[in-house]
Design a protein. Sequence first.
Length: 253
Amino acid sequence: MKDKLVIGNWKMNGNCEENQRLLAEALPELAAVTGVEVVVCPPFPYLAQVGAQLQGSPVSLGAQNVNAKERGAFTGEVSVPMLNDFECRFVLVGHSERRTLFGETDEMVAEKYAAALSGGVIPVLCVGETLEQRRAGLAENVIVGQLQAVASRVGGEAMAAGVIAYEPLWAIGTGESATPEQAQQIHGHIRQWLAGQLPSGTASPRLLYGGSLKADNAPALFAQPDIDGGLVGSAALEAQSFVTICRVAQACQ
Ligand SMILES: O=C[C@H](O)COP(=O)(O)O
């Protein structure tokens, strides 16, 4: 069985001093966490700083976004080879904030996923429904549509090489997470959909839950059979909260 995976997405937060302090407090404690892969995704300008501070620790570096093109006249964008220069092991693709605030379509997300995979960076594909979609009973359809867009681009088998993060939009940054039952229901559905894509015997990719994931709700969420870890936003900015979430993941192995 794959290790649990906990990814801290710092979003557009931090500065040199805060980053240093956060990691100085968290890293010694994270070094004692076993059986859990831990990743932090700082904003682009801090990849070098954070990467240097992670040297010698078991924590990996990730990025929050990437452009599918390798190079060229794309002002403000960052490519997969650039992430490789900074030894980013993971990259988030299709985070809901990218989709809703920056107009990323399923097709763009699929291109990013494909580019990350071919460049050797593990894509973390973020999917999730709005509250309106959930109330209309469309959550599963919306999520399968987001997954299918990527599978159509890279082939169903390539879904095994990434990570999928289910983040209901109504739970992101709201303080109101999905209940463990709601999350498990969607994760189970994603797992079932994946089984239809992957050749039998292929290990399923890890499925993360994200959306107001905190130290206090992590135990019940991580105890669900199809939740393999978390994508943590605001709680990843507080060292003790993030460490506790990672410890909970360890306890739920
Ligand atoms: O990438 C992380 C998610 O958007 C969750 O953010 P949050 O934990 O602040 O709700």
